[in-house]
Design a protein around this ligand. Structure first.
Ligand SMILES: Cc1ncc(COP(=O)(O)O)c(C=O)c1O
Length: 407
């Protein structure tokens, strides 16, 4: 009997997640025997990094406790560690009750959005910005309401535009700081202005602070909760990047909510969290150890990343036809393509690049960019020799296919 095809939900068909969508193309390229340089995904563990040993030890030492279900909202020790971390970052009022742990920051973000947004409502999101937000908004049937980060001004958020674009259906303003894909770090002055807009419209701030420990050139990070005053903030974090443990899947959110404006909303986040029954038990102990324990790994990690950032910034700006703003945090660069592209498509450019050279990056369309501009994201986690090889290949590819045409 021919079974009929089972259609997936229409809303799920709307989800796009560029960092993963390019992988099948790279796999095709690998099948024909070409070596692929995976510069598409922010996973340090693919390269020469290791998770700090004490995170593993914490899991090992808590084996018995890690075998059963956890509290639906997470193990209280981990929640307390998140609250202590929030205090260290300048938000003294946050308690363990204000923190919930999740399967990575991703689940925290998705849950917080599900609890907030009705169909047709919107959230102001940065463009360029990390694609989980636009992907989940599509799934929730919410239109995108994007504000630009200004490339001419080190990718700082355009606050005037935020102000102009808040409307009756705007439920939150999202800030991603440090930003993925630009590696930019927002100034305290700019962040304060964004808080003022949120305050004037009585809407909360969503603060994705996933990369808050990964800063270069002595750059200072300002947590949104530390300067928000009475404006409520939901902050997202995880051990994936700061603690080199993306496979552990440990993330959290906490609220800064001095007036209790988020009380009903936060109960709803808890209700959804209870639906999942339990979060992952072993990682609770690793999160607790990461946030409470020594931070020594950063002493090695930051200089190592900074060297790779320096090389990336130099090489990208030396390639004719490309230009790049210096990343100040995280491990991404977002170079601009300054030559015309066939079909005006940076997606096609990135597909041709991987087919011809094996270098896999992510196209700018996946993160957002001003109309008429084109970019791609490159991950500068790999060792210098891998990065150099990738830049040689990109340089050759651009020179051969895009610059010499018509000569
Ligand atoms: C800005 C940002 N937020 C959140 C995440 C989610 O990470 P995870 O689910 O591993 O915590 C990522 C991952 O790349 C990210 O770049």
């Amino acid at each position: 009997m021919g079974m009929r095809k089972i259609p997936p939900s229409l809303r799920a068909g709307l989800i796009r997640h560029a960092t993963r969508d390019v992988v099948p193309i790279a796999e095709e390229v690998e099948k024909v025997g070409k070596n692929v340089l995976y510069l598409n995904i922010g996973d340090p563990m693919v390269f020469d990094y290791r998770t700090p040993e004490h995170l593993w030890r914490a899991i090992d030492e808590n084996r018995k406790k890690a075998e059963g279900y956890t509290d639906s909202l997470g193990y209280i020790g981990a929640r307390q560690a998140v609250a202590n971390y929030a205090k260290r970052m300048g938000a003294p009022g946050v308690t363990a009750e204000d923190a919930i742990t999740f399967v990575g920051g991703s689940e925290a973000i998705i849950t917080a959005m599900q609890a907030l947004l009705n169909r047709g409502e919107n959230m102001l999101i940065p463009s360029p910005g990390y694609s989980i937000f636009s992907g989940e908004l599509s799934f929730l049937e919410c239109p995108l309401n994007e504000y630009w980060l200004d490339e001419e001004n080190s990718w700082q958020p355009d606050v005037e535009q935020i102000e102009e674009q808040v409307n009756k259906k705007t439920r939150a303003i999202l800030v991603i700081n440090p930003n993925n894909p630009t590696g930019s770090v927002s100034s305290k002055t700019t962040l304060k202005k964004i808080i003022d807009v949120a305050g004037a419209h009585e809407i909360p701030i969503f603060a994705d602070e996933t990369y808050d420990q990964l800063l270069f050139d002595g750059e200072k990070f300002t947590s949104m909760a530390s300067i928000a005053g009475d404006v409520p903030v939901v902050s997202f974090g995880s051990i994936s990047k700061n603690y080199l443990a993306p496979g552990f899947r440990g993330g959290w959110l906490y609220r800064h909510d001095p007036q209790g404006a988020l009380n009903d909303y936060f109960e709803t986040i808890k209700k959804i969290s209870r639906l999942r029954l339990s979060t992952v038990a072993p990682v609770q102990f690793a999160m607790e150890a990461a946030l409470k324990g020594p931070q020594d790994h950063l002493k090695e990690l930051i200089p190592k990343l900074q060297k790779r950032r320096d090389l990336t910034f130099k090489r990208l700006n030396e390639i004719e036809g490309l230009s790049c703003v210096k990343p100040k945090g995280a491990f991404y660069a977002y170079p601009r393509i300054n030559f015309p592209l066939p079909n005006d498509s940076d997606r096609e450019f990135i597909i041709s690049l991987v087919r011809e050279t094996g270098v896999l990056c992510v196209y700018g369309e996946g993160f957002g960019q001003k109309k008429g501009t084109h970019h791609f994201r490159i991950v500068f986690l790999p060792p210098e020799e891998v990065l150099s090889e990738a830049f040689d290949k990109i340089e050759g590819f651009v020179g051969k296919n895009y610059l010499k045409k018509g000569q």
